[in-house]
Design a protein around this ligand. Structure first.
Ligand code: NDP
Ligand code: GDR
Length: 329
């Protein structure tokens, strides 16, 4: 039985990855930090099958202990401060959790189990300002937020540990990926949650920032398979994972409202509060390398993704209205 340690297991990607690895027969260890109130919505259906280890990204001793206890064949470092907008008001916390923490995790692995395979959750936000379209592994980075800057550090320290210590360390440069488990502050889930509330008469407006930003949006359930594939190769490498399609925020909004027969223009209000100090205008990824080397394929299209998320949010509010226990998955 293979053993995997996942940081960020309570998040969107961590929960899908844990399910996927359990299905494959892995023993899954999940790092969780202390929270004042429980936040297990994404993993409540599998929480008894995960071996929980208490730890925090910024506490190296706890990470060393996590690697010692789990004795992993594979480590997936998904934990981070992952909300771009929060990285301006909290730039130092973001640097600690999204940049320095990667070194903490790499050190824990290097000290305790250097032969373990390591996956780092890098991001298309590293590309930032458009230098080349579509963006691929060789496109220069020009991050546009403290989050993007922190991810560039995480990417290069992963490459550096591979080259310095011969570790099997991979960096997956993943473009935006969404699902019904996406946090409510990210634009896709904010939209689908609002569409459900408006449709059910629980709300009457949705306040958004820049509707012109373009993103390459895929389904998280497809993307976690690419993470696993990267660690099954003969040699470690870095890969872009994307759909190869780009859509504006407005297109996402139109499809989401349209899927329940509503006209978005009647409900969406532009609010400066959600406009960022610096924006990433266009993301469009070229994942030819992943398709050719990993045999990775997408299963869920953009339109299917939007509709899946709206349907899930509608069901969530309908269940709550009927007094049923709300299922967040
Ligand atoms: P989420 O925000 O859903 O999950 C983040 C996870 O990190 C949560 O489990 C959170 O725990 C954990 N975490 C945060 N800080 C700490 C800490 N100090 N110690 C321990 N755990 C911590 O992110 P996603 O699942 O969407 O993304 C996973 C990773 O992939 C992130 O690194 C993100 O930056 C990156 N990424 C995401 C993309 C996307 O489109 N989703 C695209 C490219 C990269 P808690 O539940 O306690 O808050
Ligand atoms: P992003 O995702 O910053 O791309 O980072 P987010 O969904 O937050 O923003 C996408 C785009 O939508 C625009 N936007 C709004 N965004 C939010 N959150 N709220 C709004 O009201 C709103 N209005 C317009 C934004 O300006 C932006 O252009 C995600 C995260 O998962 C990162 O962790 C990951 O690394 C990248 O994707 C790839």
């Amino acid at each position: 039985m293979k053993r995997a340690l996942i940081t960020g297991v309570t998040g969107q990607d961590g929960s899908y990855l844990a399910e996927f690895l359990l299905e494959k027969g892995y023993q899954v260890f999940g790092l969780r930090r202390r929270t004042s109130t429980p936040n297990y919505e994404n993993v409540q259906h599998i929480q008894d099958r995960i071996e929980w280890i208490s730890g925090d990204l910024n506490d190296l001793a706890s990470l060393i202990e996590a690697v010692r206890i789990s004795n992993p064949d594979e480590v997936y470092n998904l934990a981070a401060q992952s909300f771009v907008a929060a990285s301006w008001p909290q730039p130092i916390a973001t640097a600690n959790m999204t940049a320095v923490a990667v070194t903490n995790m790499l050190e824990a692995v290097r000290i305790i189990k250097p032969e373990a395979r390591f996956y780092q959750a890098s991001s298309s936000e590293m590309f930032g300002k458009v230098m080349e379209t579509p963006q691929k592994e060789t496109t220069p980075f020009y991050p546009r937020s403290p989050y993007g800057v922190a991810k560039v550090y995480g990417h290069w320290i992963t490459v550096n540990y591979r080259e310095s210590f011969n570790m099997f360390a991979c960096s997956g440069i993943l473009f935006n990926h969404e699902s019904p488990r996406r946090g409510l502050e990210f634009v896709t889930r904010k939209v689908t949650d609002a569409v459900a509330r408006i449709k059910l008469g629980l709300d009457n407006e949705l306040r958004l920032g820049n509707l012109d930003a373009k993103r390459d949006w895929g389904f998280a359930g497809d993307y976690i398979k690419a993470m696993w594939l990267m660690l099954q190769q003969d040699t470690p490498d870095d890969y872009v994972i994307s759909t190869g399609e780009t859509h504006t925020v407005q297109e996402f909004v139109e499809i989401a409202f349209g899927s329940v027969g509503l006209d978005w223009k009647q409900y969406v209000v532009m609010d400066e509060k959600f406009v960022r100090p610096a924006e990433v205008d266009l993301l469009l990824g070229d994942c030819t390398k992943a398709k050719e080397n990993l045999g990775w394929e997408l299963e869920v299209s953009f339109e299917q993704l939007v509709k899946m998320m709206v349907k899930s949010d509608l069901e969530k509010y309908e269940s709550a209205a009927k007094g049923k226990e709300v299922q967040w998955i």
